[in-house]
Design a protein around this ligand. Structure first.
Ligand code: BGP
Length: 477
């Protein structure tokens, strides 16, 4: 659809940037913090650990001053569960003080805080005690943590996300999920999806009871799947990917509905995923204010016969194009590349129009306002003469913001857009090689160096964008 009239972003639009606790804070054992599953996991992989990362714990004032200088409207950050409940059960006031300080500092600069309650890092003690998200016990522990966040920060925090990317958490169980080796992977995935959806629904209700003027939703990863060709087989495969990967879990929280063909698929494999009436009652009672998602890329699916061997999705761990592992789910879909699109060095397609497409899909399906809470480009950045020139990132962000504005023209109610990430953070799968920040953090995987901050060219570009409230398309009215 081409527009004759270009509409502006609404006043008060939340132009933001985001980070997550375990990827940015460091200080992983300070002031009573307990260890999280991510502290344990990243302590043993090839890239880095969570001990220092960007050292936001000690440098948050410097970083927030840079946000203020930029004119950032909103900062999305996550609360480390293990700072507030180090073992999952016992309150640590020092953790609350830290987030109090961050929130107060943000408000000093008129920056709206958006809090993600859970972003991949739960107490390792809960993982050991009962297997983390695989157990229903997690619901009570998560809600205790959520209640504390609402009660302590709710006087100042009005935008909340319950859980970040529950669909990716189950898709990449070893990387961010806390997978249990002795449990069948499908059973694990569907039970974790159930537990997290119930947590989101209950936390949304709890938030509305405690903070009368709060807005809350869950956030997902949403790379829409395109058919590899116009063959109906591929079209159906793309529908399968969207339905199984993304819509199934979103539907639970946003429609209180269990997709019948997802139920049937698992039933044929001897797994009964039907929820109880009690679970459905909880989901039906939930009233999210908006749906949030992280948008980086799109996927491509082609048909996949039942006899194929299953392959779980993998990451490109090298930063050399062509080394990503596409998933094969027999009888559903298999992933493949997209020759029509450029790719990042980590094989993620670059697809600005996909942002508009995904907004249309979600707004159409759930009919609630939408927030893009992560969007950005992971790249190798270089310091030259004390500066970081990242025209590729500016190009990426600019094209995505243009498509966002076209979505506004389409009539979609979008409330916010957050660049991932404000400063360089430790990438989930690639350490400090793959950088996303608007602000460079001078360190490598093997050495934290001085952790000096250098504003990249993209920082100054975003600063200019904010001055015109993101309205970068030609005004033709
Ligand atoms: C999202 C996560 C973020 C972030 C981002 C980039 O899925 O919510 O935490 O890491 O992806 O991913 P990566 O760091 O693997 O490139």
């Amino acid at each position: 659809m081409e527009h004759r009239k270009i509409h502006s972003f609404p006043e008060g639009f939340l132009w933001g940037a985001a980070t997550a606790a375990y990827q940015v804070e460091g200080a992983y054992r300070e002031d009573g913090k307990g260890l999280s599953n991510q502290d344990i996991l990243n302590g043993t992989n090839a890239f880095h650990d969570t001990a220092v990362t960007a050292d936001f714990y000690h440098r948050y004032k410097e970083d927030i001053a840079l946000m203020g200088e930029m004119g950032l409207k909103s900062f999305r950050f996550s609360v480390a569960w293990t700072r507030i409940y180090p073992d999952g059960k016992t309150l640590n006031r020092k953790g609350i003080e830290f987030y109090d300080d961050i929130i107060n500092e943000l408000l000093k600069y008129n920056i709206e805080p958006m809090v993600t309650i859970y972003h991949f890092d739960h107490p390792y003690e809960l993982q050991k005690a009962y297997g983390g998200w695989y157990s229903d016990c997690m619901i009570e522990d998560y809600l205790r943590f959520a209640r504390t966040c609402f009660e302590e920060f709710g006087d100042r925090v009005k935008y909340w996300l319950t859980i970040c990317e529950q669909n990716n958490i189950v898709l990449y169980p070893d990387l961010i999920g806390g997978y249990l080796e002795d449990v069948d992977i499908d059973t694990w995935r569907m039970q974790v999806t159930r537990v997290m959806s119930l947590c989101s629904a209950k936390a949304i209700n709890m938030c509305h009871e405690i903070i009368k003027d709060a807005k809350i939703g869950a956030s997902y990863s949403f790379p829409p799947s395109y058919p590899a060709s116009s063959s109906p087989d591929d079209v159906l495969a793309a529908m399968n990917e969207n339905d199984f990967r993304d819509f199934y879990g979103m539907d639970l929280v946003y429609r209180a509905r269990q997709n019948p063909w997802v139920i049937r698929y698992y039933e044929e494999r001897g797994i009964d995923i039907r929820l109880t009436e009690e679970d459905m009652e909880i989901l039906r009672s939930c009233r999210p204010d908006f749906i949030a998602y992280n948008y980086y890329r799109t996927n491509v699916a082609k048909g996949c016969p039942l006899e194929s061997g299953q392959i779980q999705p993998g990451f490109n761990l090298t930063g050399k194009k062509g080394s990503i592992t596409y998933p094969v789910f027999p009888g559903l879909y298999q992933g493949t590349g997209n020759a029509a699109l450029e790719k990042s060095d980590w094989d993620w397609t670059i697809d600005p129009e996909g942002l508009r497409i995904s907004l249309r899909m979600l707004y159409d399906r759930y009919a609630v306002p939408v927030m893009i809470v992560e969007n950005g480009l992971g790249a190798y950045d270089q310091v030259e003469d004390g500066k970081v020139h990242d025209p590729y990132r500016i190009e990426y962000l600019k094209k995505h913001v243009e498509q966002l504005q076209l979505a506004v023209c389409d009539g979609i109610e979008v409330w916010g857009y957050y660049v991932w990430s404000f400063v360089d953070v430790m990438s989930t799968s690639n350490g400090y090689n793959k950088r996303y920040g608007l602000v460079y953090v001078d360190r490598t995987d093997s050495s934290p160096k001085e952790l000096k901050r250098i504003c990249k060219d993209s920082y100054y570009w975003y600063q200019e964008l904010l001055k015109v409230n993101g309205n970068i398309l030609d005004r033709r009215e």
